[in-house]
Design a protein around this ligand. Sequence first.
Ligand code: SF4
Length: 225
Amino acid sequence: MIQNKEFLSKTLNIVEIFYSIQGEGTRAGLPCVFIRLAGCNLDCKWCDTLYAKKISDGQNISFEEIIKTIKSYKCNFIEFTGGEPLLQQNSIDLINYLTNQNFTIAIETNGSISVSNLNNKIIKIIDVKCPDSNMSKHNLFDNFNYITENDEIKFVISSKNDFEWSHNIIQQYKLLNKTKNILFSAVDTLFSHKELAELILSTNSLYRQQIQIHKVIWDRNARGV
Ligand code: SF4
């Protein structure tokens, strides 16, 4: 598909584009190109991407440059992350273009912005903010109406109370009927993987525990990996 000049000159404010191993979710372990957009509307207590929270943390890059960079990695799997990638209006235009180019596109969003405009070919990874993040009032539960079986719902847990709250939300909204990909991660500086495992097992539910494998492979504070 040949795009016109106007499309190619659109920009996104980007912190980094890098090729790495997908560290989370049902596709963990696969090579992936990450596009990290700048700016976030939330302020999670345990945020691990503080360097991407302000729009001034990134720089404007044209679609033409972004597409060129993506193609240079010769990798079909692309993830948009942030910050919050849906804050920038142009994200959807680029995502739709790449989807039509037969890339597999995932977007990780913080769950506070509507995903209703994303087509079903895009893998939505929707965070649900738990009470201890101090951001749970920003959850947009209407987003659950747009979940397909291809999507993932992610809870980041930093206490037993967070887990119990999440378990209730999953039951209340019957999330396991929408997708089997219900993910739990521990904020491991605050809550152990073992404690999370024990809680998951106690529910006898088909939840999936995950450990951010990029933090095991590389330094846990390394960027661009
Ligand atoms: S939504 Fe993500 S980027 Fe924004 S504050 Fe929370 S953890 Fe950080």
